[in-house]
Design a protein around this ligand. Structure first.
Ligand code: KIV
Ligand code: ZN
Length: 521
């Protein structure tokens, strides 16, 4: 089934969110899903409902908020209980899709599944038919397809199509394939699978060798019409193919691919920026399409060329990927309407109540800071609106630094712990260590600090410092962020935020997504 329309399948909230450091809370997932809809992805894989109660609830909420154009997909292992749970989560979407998968490589069948090829074929026939009894929109993935025997792959795909699957995905699960070789394998499968003309073929490429996007694009030349990927390329291990790179390749090189997508490319930068804010990972400066340097021309020869004719060194415009500056300057005297318009330009549609909250926060920030940048506003909305109700709340922090000898760095903190105000003071080897020790004593838990990073959100000495921390305890791990012009306060906020996330993650019982566990069928 080949056409000139490329289906973009986004798995930022499933494969992306399950990767270390990319965990999002319920509100953040809903916000991200809404933005992905605005971006124009065709299929949104909202999560893996059987993996935890938290995932189930967020997939269900995303399904319920989604409009009629987007397909909301849930992942399910090839087992009835997973498929039933997936359907329960997505059935309220206007356009639901069940995505079920099973490994087809000898390696996975032997060691991971402990099933014979015949048993695998039976499971595919049985489970795809069960999924099709719930919805006609069923995708089947042959996990580890790129390392599977090509004739067995044809049998597995033929079985899934005969059982009613309408999309067949051939993932490069471990990022092992090379572009020409992968395209050749897919070409073979499409030519030799019984009923192939009834299905749309799809790819899902991991980036272990840095070829996720290249492999995905190579597959287009042999008839693949769905590409799966994640914003900013997040995902298991080295990540997935980056959606923004796939989309811009198809748009900029329409002459080469001859395909159309539904992506509103001007929403690319706002979407990636939102993701980066939510997961607390800055976009690298040299990142294709969205990095700060992607449109910066430094060398004299290049600058000269750009002045004479932009096309000499620019293959796409910053505006085409949404890197436009809104010239509405926000400050002390801005009214509610200007603030609303500004947030809309940044991609945030706020309710009246949310607008009032950010309006007050803007006034407060404007008292402390001369220039308010877009990044400050985005950090603010993230902190004030999308954060879950907290069990721990920081009220005041005061620190005494010291260079050497004498009194060690000292911190005093006042905070709410599960509704009760507490105060405490203590020491550390540095001011941040002192603050973290005091907070840890107050909440009565001492998680490991796995990572601490600090970033100036904008230029200038009055810039907001944005701190990201990762902590872990008892096999659970959580990320926290905090922004404040005082970097010690930003650190304290980030630590408290991480502790709140840790509590939330423990409550939802989600350690790491497990895609194994077959045999419980
Ligand atoms: O990488 C992979 O094979 C997957 C499947 C579940 C599609 O993520
Ligand atoms: Zn994957």
């Amino acid at each position: 089934m080949s056409s000139d329309r490329l289906i973009i399948f986004d798995t930022t909230l499933r494969d992306g969110e399950q990767s270390p450091g990319c965990t999002m809370n319920f509100q953040e997932k809903l916000r991200m899903a809404h933005q992905l809809e605005i971006l124009g992805v065709d299929v949104l894989e909202a999560g893996f409902p059987a993996s935890s109660q938290g995932d189930f609830e967020s997939v269900q909420a995303i399904a319920r908020q989604a409009g009629p154009k987007i397909q909301i997909c849930g992942l399910a292992r090839c087992m009835h209980s997973d498929i039933a749970r997936c359907w329960e989560a997505i059935k309220d979407a206007a356009n639901p899709r069940i995505h079920t998968f099973l490994s087809t490589s000898d390696l996975h069948m032997t060691y991971k599944l402990r099933k014979t090829p015949e048993q695998v074929i039976e499971m595919i026939a049985d489970c795809v038919a069960y999924a099709v009894s719930l919805t006609p929109n069923v995708e089947f993935s042959c996990e580890d397809a790129s390392r599977s025997d090509k004739d067995f792959l044809c049998r597995a795909c033929g079985t899934a199509i005969a059982a009613g699957a309408t999309t067949i995905n051939l993932p490069d699960t471990v990022g092992y394939a090379e572009p020409a070789e992968y395209a050749e394998l897919i070409d073979y499968v499409i030519r030799n699978t019984p009923g192939a003309e009834k299905a749309i073929f799809s790819v899902h490429c991991h980036d272990d060798l840095g070829l996720g996007v290249a492999n995905s694009l190579a597959a287009l030349k042999v008839g693949v019409r769905q590409i799966e990927g994640a914003l900013c390329g997040i995902g298991e291990r080295a990540g997935n193919a980056a959606i923004e790179e796939v989309a811009m390749n198809v748009v900029v090189r329409k002459d080469y691919f001859g395909l159309e997508t539904n992506i509103d490319t001007e929403q690319i930068y706002p979407s990636c920026r939102l993701l980066s804010m939510i997961i607390g990972k800055p976009i690298p400066n040299n990142k294709a399409i969205i990095g700060a340097n992607a449109f910066a021309h430094e060398s004299g020869i290049h600058q000269d060329g750009m002045i004479k004719n932009r096309q000499t060194y620019e293959i796409m415009t910053p505006a085409s990927v949404g890197r436009t500056e809104t010239n509405l300057v926000i400050g002390k005297h801005s009214g509610r309407n200007a603030i609303r318009v500004k947030f809309e330009a940044l991609g945030y549609k706020l309710s009246d109540e949310q607008l009032q909250t950010v309006f007050e926060a803007v006034k407060e920030l404007a008292d402390r800071k001369k220039t308010i940048y877009d990044e400050d506003l985005m950090a603010m909305v993230q902190e004030k609106i999308y954060r879950q109700p907290d069990v721990y709340r920081l009220r005041h922090v005061s620190v005494q630094s010291s260079d050497s000898g004498g009194i060690p760095p000292t911190a005093a903190v006042i905070m709410d712990v599960k509704g009760e105000e507490r105060s405490h003071a203590g020491f550390g080897v540095g001011p941040v260590d002192a603050v973290f020790n005091v907070i840890a004593d107050m909440v009565g838990r001492h998680p490991d600090l796995d990572n601490y990073s600090i970033n100036a959100i904008t230029g200038g000495t009055d810039a907001l410092g944005e701190v990201t921390v990762r902590i872990s305890e008892n096999g659970f791990s959580a990320v926290g962020r905090g922004a404040h012009p005082d970097v010690i306060t930003a650190s304290a906020k980030a630590y408290v935020n991480a502790l709140n996330h840790l509590e939330e993650i423990e409550r939802s019982g989600r350690r790491v997504h497990s895609q194994d566990g077959y045999g419980e069928n």
